[in-house]
Ligand binder design. Structure first.
Ligand code: UDP
Ligand code: MG
Length: 138
């Protein structure tokens, strides 16, 4: 029996990467890894919206800076689809700190620092659904 496990996940190209016009190159990395980009929009959010999006981090010391940063400029938000999309995207993104990211990952290639690490990706199927609904409620 062939088991298919197609999932969707949310990806964000963060302000540091959009500002450097890296969105096309990063999208090409998703496509060449076999992701479909089902939905996509370029937007800028308010800090108050970033605070809702990153609520899981509200007790962390970096929370306020993180929310200020995500709302500091345009971002590209995408729904990606692939087999095991959540883990496949985390793998393609690389470690949170670009210094620790493996060769071939987006963060290794483009990340500047732990805060300006170029991309966000959902960390579980449950959070992927929440995050997709946050940006793309129809
Ligand atoms: N972050 C930060 N300082 C830290 C840890 C995280 O600025 O010490 C930022 C970083 O941009 C990261 C985001 O907070 O992408 C969310 O943190 P998380 O641990 O969820 O990392 P991710 O899932 O993005 O790899
Ligand atoms: Mg995370």
């Amino acid at each position: 029996m062939i088991m298919s496990n197609t999932e969707q996940t949310l990806s964000i190209i963060k302000p540091d990467a959009v500002e450097r016009n890296l969105d096309s190159e990063i999208k090409e990395m998703f496509l060449s890894t076999g992701f479909k980009i089902l939905k996509e929009k370029k937007i800028q959010i308010e800090k108050s919206e970033a605070e809702v999006f990153y609520k899981v981090h509200e007790t962390k010391p970096f929370y306020s800076d993180l929310c200020a940063y995500l709302s500091s400029g345009p971002i590209v938000v995408m729904v990606l689809e692939k087999e095991n999309a959540v883990s496949a995207n985390r793998e393609l993104m690389g470690a949170t700190n670009p210094k620790d990211a493996s060769d071939g990952t987006i963060r290794k290639k483009y990340g500047i620092s732990i805060d300006k690490n170029s991309v966000h990706g959902s960390d579980s199927i449950e959070n992927a659904n929440i995050e997709i609904n946050f940006f793309f409620k129809d």
